[in-house]
Ligand binder design. Sequence first.
Ligand code: ASP
Length: 578
Amino acid sequence: MYRTHTCGELRICNVGQKVTLAGWVQKVRSLGGMTFADLRDRYGITQLLLDSPGDLGREYVIQVTGQVVERQSKNPRIPTGDIEIKVDTLKILNKASVPPFTIEEESDGGEDLRAKYRYLDLRRPPLQRALALRHRIGQEVRNYLDAQGFMEIETPYLIKSTPEGARDFVVPSRMNKGQFYALPQSPQTFKQLLMVAGYDRYFQIVRCFRDEDLRADRQPEFTQIDCEMSFVEQEDVLNTFEGMMRTLFKNVLGVDIPNPLPRMSWYDAMDGYGSDKPDIRFGMTIHEITDLVQGFGFGVFDGSQYVGAIAVPGGAEYTRKQIDELTEWVKRPQVGAKGLVYIRLNADGSVKSSVDKFYSPEQLAKVAQRCGAEKGDIVLALCGPKRKTQTQLGVLRLEMGNRLGLRNPGVFAPLWIVDFPLLEWDDETQRFYAMHHPFTAPKPEHEKWFYSDSKEDLEKVCANAYDFVLNGTELGGGSIRIHDADMQSRMFQVLGISKEDAQLKFGFIINAFKYGAPPHGGLAFGFDRVCALFGGQETIRDYIAFPKNNQGRDVMIDSPSEIDPVQLEELQIDIRKE
Ligand code: ASP
């Protein structure tokens, strides 16, 4: 038997017992003629009391047998801190090279180095806690969905290109020369085909692949909790998955989330928060003030489609310098505003603004009142095209929320965003794109516009689509699907996909819909992101055992990499040298 206990298990009540432990040597230190070593495994650390240091090195794998004794100086910071093992026999199971960084709660290794030796970094407690949390959440998801009658069904990874916005990763086929598989961006079409096949409650914790330019918190392969249900309306889907999230919050974090969860239309989210994933942990909402500020000779406002503002609590105290800094901040390309107008509501009731020349104190007070500003606050206004300006105000709002410490990761404010527009017009390519994906159904009451040829009508169509948003992050989203072959064809037509092209790319699903497709809908949650937010972290990387870096590389196995000429030959692929 290699061990009788783990390194996180022994307590004062075990004193006197003879035990055998196995693990990694974290640290050896000699003190007043005695030698102490910390023995680590994924359950914790136990202190060993040795006769001599011998030739023990860091990260040696050892097995010790000895007696549990009460410690002279206790360590209240670790659960095993009351005891130590007085070692009788020590066996080195394997030696270890000196690790390139310290393997402790905090490491001295930089990110790149730790990524190269990910298996060593994974020995550190923060990463072990992250993976344990991921495991727990996964188990809770399975338990909940199983109890609700969902079946876990796998779908293939080698599939055919499906357009869902991003670029596909492709895999050349050796047996079918010149042809390629695509890796799924999501199992979207397969889960819909499972509905046609009668498996009316499906789920899968599944890898998805998207060849996107990597932004800060994206991975080329990531995991979804992917679900689909038949014979449901939007209400049924929302209730089922609100239940799942409520169970996760309760069982994993011990947190009660509101019941029912708030719901906000996409339009209200954009108008009030400048984002389709509003952080509702704090107020400071956006207010349109166009009607209050136009017609007074201030050309910048007069010439704008939209003027909006937020009221920042306590902002009246900002110095000239702070306001200049904020003005520069909103002009950065990441925000993109042209300038910033402020109205300061001084504590004595007076009003001071950067546009005093154009507006009376009463007019400015009206603006402040619209924004919900009080004495001591500052109103910050931006102008321009409506949605663009709202988005900029949304970014500014989050920044001010950060600066004021209003975005506490320990506070959870989930909600549903509903009533998305079905289609998004793109000026550059002069065509509509599906806001969610091309399988999303229009709201039944908007179908009349869906079949209209006017752009204005089509822009009005709302989708039966929904997103689950937590603290300013979209954690999941889905929709009620089209299940009628003719309506699906109409969708492709609206998206400017020719009949031939639609048949070529989506013939399988259009055909399937001709054989009795039930009404259905579903959604997918970003599993990595759920884990990160539950862990109170911003980035998903620590919640993935073997993630890629910002360049999409796995620096540990050095991938992607060139392949053998023989492999290329077999695939009949020539690499063009630049
Ligand atoms: N397949 C969709 C996605 O990956 C989610 C869904 O509609 O179920 O975003």
